[in-house]
Structure formats: structure tokens, C-alpha cells
Ligand binder design. Structure first.
Ligand SMILES: NC(=O)C1=CN([C@@H]2O[C@H](COP(=O)(O)OP(=O)(O)OC[C@H]3O[C@@H](n4cnc5c(N)ncnc54)[C@H](OP(=O)(O)O)[C@@H]3O)[C@@H](O)[C@H]2O)[C@@H](O)CC1
Ligand SMILES: Nc1ncnc2c1ncn2[C@@H]1O[C@H](COP(=O)(O)OP(=O)(O)O)[C@@H](O)[C@H]1O
Ligand SMILES: [K+]
Length: 603
């Protein structure tokens, strides 16, 4: 069930890829998604008639229409030309053609290549199926000259509309050869013969990273202005760039230059773009309007849970070690121990290792140095003078912080006042940090709130009672018992705390809640056997490990998911006698795509 928060109404193409993978993780198949996508495109074709009439009138008003030979044809009464590439955008086009069979007189499908070159299974399935459609005439086009010849032999049939399924979001690099010729053909026929063009998902030749609006928006908000996407006209953007602080304007300039980094000549100009699931509203930049035309959103049956719950799509966005990486490239994590307890920091350190970082260092007071060293030889232990973490340790630990990517502080840190006060002085030096357990106290909240670091750099990982301390610090009332708290109110509170502290908040529990200042998502992996002591330390280590090479939001979401999934795998083997090291052992499995057969919370 949704909370008060509606998931984002406007998403990027990249975010949709994640959501689609999450949907597949929930049991949807790529074939189902493609079927719904193609059906949605076919259902939208009626919009072309309306647009076509408008274009025709505009055309007539502007000048004598010598070349608009096809403009009298109704989309449904004339053959539709469908250009399909070898990827899934082409697969969507095949499904579209099948769904159009009953709507249009006939279709010509140009596959840009041969059947054996089709790249994906889903697309192959739909191509084979399409061969049974009698009103669909398929041509396998192998060269630019063949494209011209075949098109010339058909165009007198009076093409009513062109559907562009050449490239979707998988387009990269340079446009050349047959695809380039096909895009030029579309644009020329649209211009000279007034044939309306519908692009599937994105006009072919356009790369999603060339659309700046969605990345610009948060920058605008963080500058304190309240702007909507439609405010982002070119004039507005240039005014904004000149007025914003020097720190922000380069980001804006690069966003603006990304729009101009493509050559409009090598992109399909569509009258209508049918994209999927949710709005991908582009900023109101004239140059983009001319490429996308009108935008229609076709629902493709993605369940809401694919956005609400963390899933395999989120995991696939994590940093991946490159084949030629060297030691240190994949991340260095520093765990700062406080003194009384050696087990908790060691668990966090070992869990961080499990996420694939290269180096884990534990800074440990003399009192626990020996015992931490005995847990795991892979951990580097740096001895701090004194029984407890203290002021004298600050210069040494600050240097360690600087040579690591992320810090984990809190597990087993202890409640010693002097240690906590010294720890709070470290906060301004943290580049990225996970703050857990004993470090979830007012002194630290204050230091986090006052730190000038970006909100995305800090993560707090409280269980409900620790959350109460954060809420009290923020002056927010929270019920004594989580079950008494209305879930929607709790979502609001988590976002408020996130905003006030400038940190991600991961509230652990049967269902973990992960809040940024404007969104709450959930994690449903994990099981009741994990309520044993020490799993929270494992979670903090996993999140810290992921934080080393990923943004805080992704690290928090994926940390909760991986920890729970490792816990579920451990549960299948050891049941209720699960201990935290069992969870650590299963972290590598949790990153794989293996199915966890253990009891999950939802059962
Ligand atoms: N994800 C989902 O669940 C859903 C996705 N859906 C649909 O899938 C689309 C994404 O599909 P996609 O990833 O297969 O890529 P797509 O854009 O069709 O084609 C790229 C192909 O062209 C190739 N290629 C790339 N650049 C090239 C170049 N410069 N010059 C020449 N070739 C080039 C590249 O091959 P490669 O070069 O990488 O081997 C690849 O094969 C998406 O937009 C939506 O329509 C829907 O069905 C809903 C569910
Ligand atoms: N009853 C439960 N059902 C599912 N997962 C749980 C349950 N209790 C704890 N967990 C999971 O165990 C991990 C540690 O949480 P928790 O035990 O609350 O931490 P702590 O050790 O700080 O008390 C979290 O990932 C949490 O989601
Ligand atoms: K397309």
C-alpha cells in the first residue's frame, strides 16, 4: 500500500530501467513488458490523426503545399510504415505492428538487418509471431540502397504514418550506416510528404543522457527556488546560470550543453513520442519539443511494488569493479571503534569486506586492539592510544578518514561521554559516513546537522528506539511503540528527520523504511531470526561498504536489501539459530541473482 508519498511522478529513462528490472524481479517477464509497451503504442496511434490534421492545417496556412501528397490519408485507411531496429525498441515495434493489424489497412515492417541478427530473445519471439500476421508485410533490409529501393517501390501506396522503433534507450555512440539512412528517410518523408511520425519510447538517435531537465531540477531546488520543469525555458536557464552561485552554474551549464551535444540532424523528429509508465517530461526547451513532439505515456503494467520496494534493479545500478582495477580502486572503509566492545566493530568491518571493497581498516583503542586483530586477518587494525576513543586520537583518525572513502561509526562505540564528544568533532571531516547505534545521540545529530557536507553523504541506520532519539533531537513527537505510529505519519517523520539532519535515514525493522528528504522506500528482504544481536552491526558495515563507491541513497537502499537477502539465505541453512557471521557469509550470495528459498517476511 502507498504511503502519503506518491512515488515520483516524473522519472528519468535510467530510473525506468531500474523499475523495470525490479518488476522482473517481482515476477513480471520482459515479454509481458514488451507486450504492454507495443499494445500501448498501438493504442496511441489515434493521437496521430489529430496531430496530423493540425500539421496539415499549419502546413496549408504557411505555404502552398506542393509535396503533401499523403496528407489526405487517414492513418487507419493507409498503410503504416514501421521501422524496427535489432534491439528491444524494434521488439516493441513488432508488437505494435501485431496490435495494429485490426486497426489499419496494412503495415510495412522494415527490419533493419536480418532475423538472425535480432539481439534479444523477446524481440525474436515477437518477430516470429509477426510473420503470421497477414496484413503485415515484412522486409529484411540489409543495406542503404535496399532501403531506398524497397521504400520507393512502396511509397505510392500512400503511407499514412511512420512508426520509429529503430533505437530506444540502448542507443549509444555514433549514428552511421543503415540506421542513419533510415532516420534520414523518416525525417525527409515527414518534411516533404507531411507524413506524421510516431517514435517508440524516445526518438531514435537521441540518448537519454542528453535530456537535462531531470538532473537540473534538484539543483534548482537546492538553490532555494521553487520552480517547475516547465519554467526551464532556454532564457530562464541562461538567466539562472548567470545568477546562481559559481558552484552551481557549471552544473547547469553542463546540463545545457548536454542538450546541445547532439546533432539534431541525426535524430528522428517525431510528431508523437509514446513513452512508458510515467512522465519523462523534458524541460520546456524548444529544441527538445521539436524532436519529441507531443508526449503520450503508455502504462505497461509495472506493479507499484516495483517502485516502492528495493529490488534487483536497484542492485544492478551499483558500482562494479572494472577488470583492470588496482588495489584501493574498489573502495576503502574505515570503522571507528570506541573502546568497550570489539565484536560489533569487527562485524561491521567484515561485512564491509563482503560488499567487495578493497580495504577495511578499524581504528581501535588499545583496550580492544588485540581482540579485534584476532577476529579476521584481512582487517587492518590501527591502534589508538587510550582505553577509550578520545580527543588525543582526533589528528590521527582525521588522517585515516582522509585516506578512506567511507566511515562507519557507532557499532560497539559505547556510551562514554568523552568518546562521543570527540567523535562529534570528527564529523566535519567525514566525506561519507554511516552513523549507527551508540553514535545516534544528540551530540552527533548536532554535528551532522551543522556539517556543511552534502546531505547525500551521511546515512543514519537507527532501529525504532534510536529513531526516537533522532526525532526528539528534531523536536518531533514519536509514539513509544512503532506499531502505534501511523505508517503515513512515520513516513513524514522520517523525511523530516532526513531533511533536518541532511542525512539518509534507514529505519530497521520487519520492513525497513529508507527515507531521503522527499521519498520513502521500503525493503522487504530479511526475516525474524535476524532480530538476534549483531545483525545491525552487519547492516551498518554493508551500507558502509556500498557507500564507499556509491551515492548514499543507492548505498542505503541496496544495503538494506543485501543484508536481508543474506539473512534469508542464512536462514535456509541454520534456521532460528542464525548468528551475524552466518549473514556475513551469505553476502556474496546475496549479490548474485540466486533465488533465496528461505522464509521471507511476506510469507
Ligand atoms: N527494459 C525493458 O524491460 C523494456 C524495454 N523496452 C524497450 O526496449 C528499449 C531498449 O531496448 P535495448 O536496450 O534492447 O536497446 P534499443 O534501444 O532497442 O537498441 C539498441 C540496439 O542497437 C544497438 N546499438 C546501440 N547503439 C548503436 C549505434 N550507434 N549503431 C548501431 N547499433 C547500435 C545495440 O546493440 P549493441 O551495439 O549494444 O550490441 C542494441 O541492440 C526501450 O527503449 C524500450 O523501447 C520496452 O519493451 C519495455 C520493457
Ligand atoms: N523481525 C524482523 N524481520 C525481518 N528483518 C528483521 C527483523 N528484525 C531485524 N531485522 C533485520 O535485521 C537487521 C538488523 O536490524 P535490528 O536487529 O533492528 O538492528 P540492531 O541490531 O541495531 O537492533 C536489519 O537489516 C533488519 O531489517
Ligand atoms: K525509437
Amino acid at each position: 500500500m502507498w504511503g502519503v508519498i506518491m512515488r515520483q511522478e516524473v522519472i528519468t529513462y535510467e530510473e525506468l530501467k531500474v523499475i523495470e528490472k525490479n518488476a522482473i524481479g517481482l515476477g513480471m517477464s520482459s515479454l509481458m513488458l514488451m507486450e504492454n509497451a507495443g499494445a500501448g503504442v498501438a493504442a496511441s496511434i489515434e493521437c496521430l490523426n489529430k496531430l496530423k490534421t493540425n500539421r496539415k492545417n499549419n502546413h496549408k496556412n504557411k505555404k502552398n503545399n506542393k509535396t503533401g501528397a499523403d496528407s489526405n490519408h487517414d492513418v487507419f485507411n493507409s498503410p503504416v510504415l514501421i521501422l524496427a531496429g535489432l534491439g528491444n525498441n524494434g521488439g516493441d515495434a513488432f508488437v505494435t505492428a501485431r496490435h495494429l493489424e485490426k486497426k489499419v489497412v496494412s503495415s510495412f515492417v522494415f527490419l533493419l538487418g536480418t532475423e538472425d541478427q535480432i539481439k534479444t530473445h523477446e524481440s525474436q519471439v515477437n518477430f516470429k509471431l509477426l510473420k503470421h500476421s497477414e496484413k503485415v508485410h515484412i522486409f529484411e533490409i540489409k543495406s542503404e540502397s535496399e532501403l531506398v529501393n524497397v521504400y520507393d517501390s512502396l511509397k505510392d501506396a500512400g503511407i499514412g504514418a511512420i512508426i520509429d522503433g529503430i533505437f530506444g534507450t540502448g542507443f549509444s555512440g555514433e549514428l552511421k550506416g543503415l540506421e542513419k539512412a533510415a532516420i534520414e528517410l523518416i525525417n525527409s518523408e515527414r518534411k516533404t510528404r507531411n507524413i506524421p511520425v510516431l517514435s517508440i519510447d524516445i526518438p531514435s538517435g537521441m540518448r537519454p543522457d542528453q535530456i537535462p531537465g531531470l538532473t537540473v531540477l534538484p539543483i534548482v531546488s537546492s538553490a532555494g527556488s521553487s520552480m517547475s520543469l516547465s519554467d526551464l525555458s532556454p532564457d530562464f536557464l541562461s538567466d539562472l546560470s548567470s545568477n546562481l552561485s559559481q558552484e552551481l552554474s557549471p552544473l547547469l551549464s553542463s546540463a545545457i550543453s548536454s542538450v546541445s551535444s547532439f546533432n539534431p540532424e541525426s535524430v528522428v523528429k517525431a510528431d508523437l513520442t509514446v513513452t512508458f509508465h510515467k512522465s519523462r517530461d523534458c524541460p520546456n526547451l524548444k529544441i527538445l519539443d521539436d524532436i519529441f513532439g507531443e508526449i503520450v505515456i503508455a502504462p505497461i503494467g509495472i506493479p507499484e511494488a516495483a517502485e516502492k520496494y528495493v529490488g534487483s534493479g536497484d542492485i544492478s545500478s551499483l558500482y562494479k569493479r572494472s577488470v583492470n582495477s588496482k588495489k584501493g580502486d574498489s573502495g576503502k572503509v574505515l570503522v571507528i571503534a570506541g573502546g568497550p566492545f570489539s565484536g560489533a566493530p569487527a562485524l561491521s568491518g567484515m561485512a564491509a569486506f563482503g560488499t567487495g571493497v578493497d580495504i577495511v581498516t578499524i581504528a581501535a583503542p588499545e583496550s580492544i586492539y588485540e581482540s579485534i586483530s584476532s577476529y579476521a586477518p584481512e582487517l587492518i587494525i590501527k591502534k589508538l592510544s587510550g582505553e577509550f576513543f578520545n580527543e588525543q586520537n582526533i589528528p590521527f583518525v582525521t588522517r585515516l578518514i582522509q585516506s578512506h572513502d567511507a566511515v562507519v561509526i557507532g557499532p560497539g562505540f559505547g556510551k562514554n561521554k568523552e568518546s562521543i564528544q570527540a567523535a562529534a568533532k570528527l564529523v566535519p571531516y567525514f566525506k561519507k559516513a554511516v552513523i549507527d547505534a551508540d553514535a545516534l545521540v544528540p551530540e552527533m545529530f548536532e554535528a551532522i546537522e551543522q556539517s556543511e557536507n552534502d546531505y547525500a553523504d551521511y546515512i543514519i541506520t537507527p532501529h525504532y528506539h534510536e529513531l526516537m532519539r533522532a526525532a526528539a533531537y528534531c523536536g518531533i513527537d514519536l509514539s513509544e511503540n512503532r506499531d502505534e505510529e501511523d505508517i503515513f505519519a512515520l513516513e513524514d517523520i522520517l523525511m523530516d528527520i532526513s531533511e533536518r539532519l541532511g542525512a539518509m535515514v534507514l529505519l530497521k525493522g520487519q520492513e525497513d523504511m529508507i527515507a531521503s528528504f522527499d521519498e520513502v522506500r521500503y525493503n522487504s528482504t530479511g526475516n525474524a531470526a535476524m532480530s538476534v544481536g549483531g545483525t545491525g552491526d552487519v547492516l551498518a558495515g554493508i551500507v558502509g561498504g556500498l557507500l564507499a563507491k556509491n551515492k548514499a541513497e543507492l548505498a542505503t537502499l541496496c544495503g538494506a536489501y543485501i543484508c536481508g537477502k543474506a539473512g534469508d539465505a542464512a536462514y535456509t541453512e541454520v534456521g532460528d539459530s542464525l548468528i551475524p557471521t552466518d549473514v556475513i557469509d551469505k553476502i556474496p550470495f546475496a549479490f548474485s541473482n540466486g533465488t533465496v528459498k528461505g522464509r521471507s517476511r511476506k510469507e
